[in-house]
Design a protein around this ligand. Structure first.
Ligand code: SF4
Length: 144
């Protein structure tokens, strides 16, 4: 039986990004041989609309470019993502790199100047803290 894998919906071509676009769709064929793909989008789960003003982490807070504090929406979205992972018995997740929700390893630094810093997105952080292994699309080979 195939394992369930949580995956950022934008990596599947869903136009749920802040700008109403998807990202470059990844090659799904090798993944589908091993996994059932379970799409998630923490920012949508948190109640944010699409398109939306971009957000970045500033320490424990998450703020939109216009200064609106969206920490609570990101937290809700992360919890919904975790619940969805648990419901599906998923032990691994493939999430979009650099996102303030889904990123892992490096994310934008909160200055809205396209500057990266070490860090992790809010949903990725929660999944990792609950023992779910998180990979970005740059690490797909580790899942195959
Ligand atoms: Fe993609 Fe995650 Fe951003 Fe949703 S929150 S658009 S799944 S990177």
């Amino acid at each position: 039986m195939k394992e369930n894998l949580i995956i950022s919906a934008c990596l599947l071509g869903t136009p749920c990004r802040y700008d109403g676009k998807s990202v470059k769709k990844i090659d799904l064929a090798p993944l589908l041989e091993r996994y059932n793909l379970i799409p998630i989008c923490p920012e949508i789960y948190g109640g944010l609309s699409t398109p939306r003003i971009p957000s970045e982490r500033q320490g424990a807070r998450v703020v939109m470019k216009d200064g609106t504090d969206v920490t609570e929406a990101f937290r809700r979205g992360a919890e919904a993502t975790l619940n969805f992972a648990k419901l599906n018995g998923a032990r691994r997740a493939l999430l979009k790199a650099k996102s303030p929700s889904c990123g892992k390893g490096e994310i934008y630094d909160g200055s809205f100047t396209a500057t990266l810093t070490d860090g992790v997105g809010v949903a990725a952080e929660l999944l990792i803290s609950m023992g779910i292994e998180v990979f970005t699309e740059d690490e797909m080979d580790k899942l195959l």
